[in-house]
Design a protein. Structure first.
Length: 285
């Protein structure tokens, strides 16, 4: 129960961090931050993951080790069971909301649920989904530890349960830390999404071919796009420059694109060919 209490305190603190992440990450870009504030979401989500590791995992494992040789008297098991049941209902309600949102995104992208959650650029959804899942599993572990303690009279099962909860939280925290780290240093969208972006560019009447394409997440569901293109026709340099700027502005009208930068292809550069993909361009994770 101490381990679950530490987990609950960690979750409460994490919700504050995630709230700040959403607020600060959704600010409109300005001259000081031309690519927006989206990556700040990953910074605050990283803080939340560290909190889960230190407050939840370390405290749970440390307490469990301390209690391995405990000879404490039995407590009121009924109260423990009631608290665990109420916690399971509340955590389950939160998890169902995150599950529905994650499943909807996975269906749009037509990929498995877990792959969608782990690969999603939405760090808040990933954190809530992972932490609520861990909370439900942790409650089951806590229940089994208390139940075995009651049946056998051995407090060691409580201690083992606490250690297992701590290990579970540590694993979840490390996964979340790694995912946020990847997006902070510059994570590219999946090959399927890049292929969809390429096809969208080639579908334009004013673009003949694309020879270079780079996309990078700069926030949840927001990408920075750089491409080398060959414009249709043989307009002079001045008119081509104007056309490029116009195409950039039109591309940036898409809510998924934070900024688009286009340059001209040279005649000797090889054209990129899109691969088959069922991923929808508006389903970017």
């Amino acid at each position: 129960m101490v381990a679950e209490s530490a987990h609950s305190w960690a979750d409460t603190g994490n919700e504050i961090f995630l709230f700040v992440a959403d607020r600060r990450g959704n600010r409109t870009r300005d001259t000081d931050h031309p690519l927006g504030y989206g990556k700040e979401t990953y910074v605050w989500s990283m803080f939340a993951a560290f909190g889960l590791f230190t407050v939840g995992a370390v405290v749970s494992i440390y307490h469990g080790i301390q209690e391995l040789s405990s000879t404490a008297e039995d407590t009121d098991y009924l109260v423990n069971y009631i608290v665990l049941a109420l916690s399971f209902v509340l955590e389950g309600t939160s998890f169902l909301q995150a599950f529905r949102q994650a499943r909807g995104t996975a269906k749009k992208r037509r990929i498995p649920l877990l792959k969608s959650v782990l690969g999603s650029s939405n760090s808040t959804l990933r954190a809530v989904f992972a932490e609520d899942s861990a909370a439900l599993v942790g409650l089951v572990i806590a229940f089994l530890g208390i139940l075995l303690h009651e049946i056998t009279g051995l407090a060691v099962f409580d201690a083992i349960g606490s250690i297992l909860v701590g290990i579970l939280l540590a694993l979840v925290a490390l996964v979340l830390i790694d995912r946020n780290r990847r997006f902070l240093i510059g994570e590219s969208p999946s090959d399927e999404v890049e292929s969809t972006v390429l096809r969208r560019l080639l579908a334009r009447d004013d673009i003949a071919r694309v020879t270079y394409l780079h996309t990078e997440f700069v926030g949840p569901g927001r990408i920075y796009l750089v491409a080398a293109v060959d414009m249709q026709g043989n307009a002079d340099e001045e008119h081509v420059a104007v056309a490029l700027r116009r195409v950039e502005r039109e591309i940036e009208e898409n809510d998924l694109v934070e900024e688009a930068v286009l340059t001209l292809s040279t005649p000797d550069e090889v054209s990129l060919a899109p691969t088959h993909s069922d991923v929808k361009p508006d389903a970017l994770g």
